[in-house]
Every structure is written in structure tokens, then in C-alpha cells.
Design a protein around this ligand. Sequence first.
Ligand code: JFZ
Length: 498
Amino acid sequence: MKLQHPYRSEVQDARLIPLLKIFAGLSLVGLLACGCTTKTISCAEDPVPPVPALTQLPPPLPAPASHDEKMAWFREAKFGLFIHWGLYCIPAGDWNGKRVPGIGEWIMHNAPIPVTQYEQLPKQFNPIMFDAEAWVQMAEDAGMKYIVITSKHHDGFAMYHSHVSPYNIYDAAPFHRDPIRELAQACAKHNIKFGFYYSQAQDWHEPGGAGNTNDFGPDELKDSSGAYDKYLQTKAEPQVAELLQNYGPVCLIWFDTPRMMNKERGQRFVDIVHKYQPATLIDGRLGAAGDYTSTGDNSIPNESVSTNDWETPATINHTWGYRQDDTDWKSPGEIIFKLVDIVSKGGNYLLNVGPTSEGIIPKESQDNLRTVGRWLKVYGEAIYGAGRSPFGDEFGEFSTKTKDHNGKPVFLPRNDWRCTTRSGKLYFTLFTIPRDGVVELPDFKNEITRAYIVGDPDKTPITIDHADGKHLAHVTRNGPNAIAYTICLEITGASVQR
Ligand code: JFZ
């Protein structure tokens, strides 16, 4: 049974937690077998997860010897879990009974909610169903290799136990736990890389932070008066230093919306990262050079990118932070297509979930991600550490007729198949298989020494005809794992000869 939204619940008092736990325990022994004691508390199906004991975290990683060494895990990982979790999941898209349009984590800005009202939210933030182990297990089941969570979003509220500002989940909320610490621990146990989103420039809670012009006036004034630098030096920079010192190895820091960041300010963050954890990657939205680039949200390039490492941050519905009205989930098939598409163009896919104020990742996101994970169990060798497509025609082409509103030709994507590579191997993931089972693949001169469906333990040969400047693969439709098949063509030579 689903828990009621705590925003509307009567049970918001920390003093009730021990009671809740007793109820949960009792429910386990069957005394409450028929369900909940109140609408808000646990029931037999949903026991409150135990609070994990704190264990030692592994030390940070040593300084990498080269950029390639630094990027190695990222190039292998390909698929990561983004988590946007913060106070905004309490209103969940509604404020004072009205729906506030826009992405959920922007509700303070969009409503707008005055800072004096928004800062009352922590008092009712008590996500007792939060279970770091379950979240990380879900990421693992989904085949994701790294997790990036909002340690502080634009609203300025730290989701960890910060000693720099009391505006954090440990000190200001009845929860009185550090979910980031618990996640760091679970990630270490499951061998999943762990990193942080940190909003360095925008901080709507601080007079000197960028973005809150309603409460604190125009940003230019904060810049010229020195208030912005004061905010950076007394909150943002020390908080980033905390995150790098207290949570074990940090795989990356995902800075964002670099308003008023200049070279000098950006460099201060770079220096902090290098000082405490030289192996930590910096994304492309700091305002100073990072280690890889982030595309626009949900945007996948039309072509292969060979010049730099990159990542597409993407939503699984249409918001990052939880909104109760957004239930338009991307299907497992859509997610798999995007993942293969991104990998075939040389990038990573950082796919977001928005947990609720109870601490639960919406079930539909979990189900869809787990389906993707089952597919990856079979076809993962075409994804993890795989290289870009040596072709390119499969991505589509610009229309010669249709123009967009800027007068530029529209790109017409094709999505019949995508190709990823490992040395001596071409992986064709087939998204459309014609009725006769004959799939047209591009021409190349290398000899095919073996062809089979990935995951087939016998590697039963599939027929590939080569004639008239194309390859024709003969495959069976509607076999197992039918969301998309990946076939492997083993070829001679170090690279594809066209
Ligand atoms: C930012 C945030 O404002 C948003 O709340 C969310 O955290 C998202 C992941 O990042 O929004 C952006 C930032 C950059 C672009 C688009 C949305 N961009 O470069 O296209």
C-alpha cells in the first residue's frame, strides 16, 4: 500500500518516528497483517526500512597519471542514474492548492515561493521510507554503473549533513539522517561509482547566491557588491570541499547553470576538486573547463562525436524533481534506444529519477529501469566500454524540404539500427526487423568470420549475404529479448574498411 503524501499528512513530528518503527516491527510479526494503522504509517507490505549503521568509507582514489586514465571508468560505464531529490518533492508541483507549471525542482522560483515560506519545508521533510540500499540495488539492477545525486540544488538546501550551513536535511529536518552518507556506503558496497550534482552559482536561499531576484534583488548587484563572491567563498566552495572530504571517492561533480561564473571563480572550484580528489571528474557546466561536456537536457547529438567525452542528462518523464502530476514515463524500449543511440555516438546516458518526499523512487521508473537492466544483462557487451559507430548513415539526414522555425533544415532521424564496436567486433542493435527477417546493413570490405545473436550461448551462426554493396542479415523476429536484438559480426582487420 502506498504511503500518503507527508505534505498532507498529520504525522510529521520527529518524536513519532520511534513509534512508527515499533508499528513497523509489529506489522512484521503479523499483528497488523491487514494493512495500515493510519493512512500515513507503514503497513505489512511497506515496512519502514531499518536505518543502516555507519561503516567506514573507502579512501579517495589516487591522482590519475593521464586524462585517459582519469576518464577510463566513465568511458566504460556508459549508463548512470541521476537523482534529483530535495525539498521540492514535498510540494511535488503544487503550491497553495494550485498547479505550478514547469520542472518540479524549480517550484520555488516558478510559483514563486518567498524564501521565508520555502524554508519552512524542512520541518515536514521526513522521508522515513528512504532506503539507500534499495536505491543502489535498483541502479545495479538497471545496469547503471554510476549515481549522481543533488547534494544541493538551486533552492540551496543541502541533502547531506553540512557543517557549513544548518540549512540541510540533517540539522533542519526531523529526518535527522544523512542520506548522502548512506548512499555513499551502499554504493561502495555495490561497487557503483558515486558523484554529486552541486548548484554552485544559483542558491535561492542566500542573499548573495544567483537566481533569487524576488527576495534578494538583481543578480548584477550581488556581483558588483561582492555578495556573490562572499556566497561562493562562505557556502558553495566550503560545501564542495566537505563533499570531497566526507563521502569517500567522488566519481564526479556535476556543476550546473554557471551564472556569473567567470574564469577566476570557476578555477577556485577546479582547485578545490584537484586538492581533495584529483580523480574526480568535473562536468561541463562549471564555468571553467571540465573533463567532459554535458549536452542540453534530453538532447542527443545527431552525429557521432569524436572530439571529447560527453554525456546526455535526461529525464525519465518530463521533470527532474518529483511532480505528482507527471506520470508520462519513458518506456523501456525508448530508454534502450536512447542508450544504444548515445553509445553509438560516443557518449554516456545519465538518466534521472525523482524520488518522493517519503523517500521512494516512483514504481513506474523502477519497473521500466529494471526492464532495461534485464535487456542489458543479455546485450551489455554491446554497451559497456563499447566504441562509436564506424558508419554514420544510420543516424538519419537533414531534410531537403522541411525547415524548422529558424529556417534551418529539419533533421530526420532514422532508427532502424545502431552500431557499437569492440576490437574485431561490430554490434548491430536492430530496432526494426522487417517481416521477412532480412535486415539491410551497410557495406564494408572486412571479412566476416563469425555472426551470431549476442547472448546466444551456442553462438549459432546467422546468415549474412554480401552483394550489391550491402550486407543482408537474416534474423528471426519475435525471439527472446525482443525489445531489440543485438547481433555481433566478428571481422578481420583493426578497423572497418569501407
Ligand atoms: C539545469 C537545472 O536548472 C535543472 O533544474 C536540472 O537540474 C537540470 C539537470 O539542469 O537545467 C538546465 C541546464 C542547462 C541546460 C538545460 C537545462 N542546457 O544547457 O541546455
